[in-house]
Write a protein that binds this ligand. Structure first.
Ligand SMILES: [Fe+2]
Length: 64
């Protein structure tokens, strides 16, 4: 998880970094209710907006 946090902290502004951390905490509270695998769900919560601040040029190169 620390590798993912490092990845995000290098790419997102501080305010954008707080949002996925909050989502990750909410997901952690919900995994038992929805009976999903904890590590996968928490990771998905943390990374769900990981590409938000990537620029359009990057996306175009990635799609090609
Ligand atoms: Fe989001």
């Amino acid at each position: 998880m620390n590798d993912f946090l490092l990845y995000l902290s290098q790419r997102l502004t501080l305010s954008r970094l707080q949002h996925p951390q909050g989502v990750m905490r909410v997901v952690a509270d919900l995994v038992d209710i929805f009976r999903v695998e904890r590590d996968q769900a928490v990771t998905a919560g943390l990374l769900h907006d990981a590409a938000t601040d990537l620029n359009q040029e990057y996306f175009l190169r990635y799609v090609k």
